[in-house]
Design a protein around this ligand. Structure first.
Ligand code: PLP
Length: 342
């Protein structure tokens, strides 16, 4: 693979002295075109600019080969996850989620009275689709699949996932979170939403597009579901600022930025994994911009090393095996991270 220099992206340095390896943000973003969109459009922030809403929806629909009616915007995918939680909780029942998976948002499901059904991963830290299927019953309102999975970075093969979603009855919503799919070569499941009226895909501009702080994400689903979710959103398609919408439109055109980020992430991932292995840390093969690894055979106080070196890392997700997660930052940041824990 060609080595892309991170200089080619002209990203600015953070001036806090902290190294952020906790939240899986893009260390190189926003993209140059997104930055230009922010600065060039600041003067129109006095207007609602309703027309921009239609533009971003069309740009997203085009990118995902679906119709405009299949898209709902949110202030980050978190807003969409929350709307899905509210929607499925209108009737009582249970929901099925892998363990560990991305579950901060499920507090809404719990608070609204749904019962959580956690399904352990396979021994190689993959989502166990067969066990998830077995956990679904007639009272299951929602099945959540994070693909690739956060925190483990593992991926479900597309064919297996298609078989999975077609096996589940249409009265159970299947929520597929593709926050990290752009770090893989796998195609989105967005093309299934019109034939499978119970599938919701959730995507975000927070990860490879580098717009985490701009708060923009979206749902892709069949029109009826989109309408149902929109009814629960007080500010339908308008919770995102005009600047963030314009930056997102620009980001979708910045293929060069996305492919550079992909390559940089791959290179820095390889470096980090090989160094972690030298420190006796078992690493799960990663399809994302983070690495899940075990501290079971690491012989220092990992979290103290991070704290002493002003590095924000992840927590322990599984006590057994002491599995933790680290975001892949820039090469210079990962060199500091490795030095800190050596
Ligand atoms: N989904 C997954 C799997 C995530 O890891 C995150 C953030 O880390 C989100 C959703 C939420 O992202 P945002 O609200 O910034 O779109």
């Amino acid at each position: 693979s060609p080595l892309v220099s991170d200089k080619s992206i002209n990203s600015f340095e953070n001036d806090t002295n902290l190294i952020f390896l906790r939240s899986n943000e893009n260390p190189y973003g926003p993209s140059p075109l997104a930055r230009k969109a922010f600065t060039e459009n600041v003067n129109i922030s006095n207007r609602y600019n309703w027309d921009i809403e239609a533009k971003i929806i069309s740009a997203i629909a085009l990118k995902n080969s679906v119709k405009d009616e299949n898209i709902l915007l949110g202030a980050g995918s978190t807003e969409i996850l929350d709307l899905v939680a509210k929607f499925v909780s209108l009737e009582k029942g249970n929901y099925v989620i892998a363990d560990p998976s991305y579950d901060y948002w499920t507090v809404t499901l719990d608070n609204l009275g749904l019962t959580k059904n956690r399904v352990p991963l396979t021994t190689d830290k993959k989502i166990n689709l067969q066990a998830m299927l077995e956990a679904v019953n007639q009272n299951t309102k929602l099945v959540y699949i994070c693909n690739p999975n956060n925190p483990t970075g593992t991926i479900c093969e597309r064919e297996a996932l298609i078989e999975f979603v077609t096996t589940i009855q249409q009265n159970t919503i299947i929520l597929i979170d593709e926050a990290y799919l752009e770090f893989t070569k796998q195609q989105s499941l967005s093309n299934l939403v019109n034939d499978h009226k119970n599938i919701i895909i959730v995507k975000t501009f927070s990860k490879i597009y580098g717009l985490a702080g701009a708060r923009i994400g979206y749902a892709i689903a069949n029109k009826t579901i989109i309408d149902n979710l929109a009814n629960l959103q007080s500010n339908t398609n308008n919770s995102v600022s005009v600047l963030s919408k314009l930056a997102a439109i620009a980001s979708l055109k910045d293929d060069k930025f996305v492919s550079n980020c992909y390559l940089l992430n791959e290179n820095v991932k390889q470096y980090t994994i090989s160094e972690l292995k030298k420190l006796n840390c078992e690493c799960v093969s990663s399809n994302t911009n983070f690495i899940y690894f075990s501290l079971a055979k690491y012989n220092k106080d990992y979290f103290k090393q991070l704290e002493d070196n002003k590095i924000q890392g992840g927590r322990i997700y599984e006590e057994q095996g002491k599995w933790t997660r680290i975001t892949i930052g820039k090469l210079s940041e990962m060199e500091k991270f490795i030095k800190a824990i050596q």
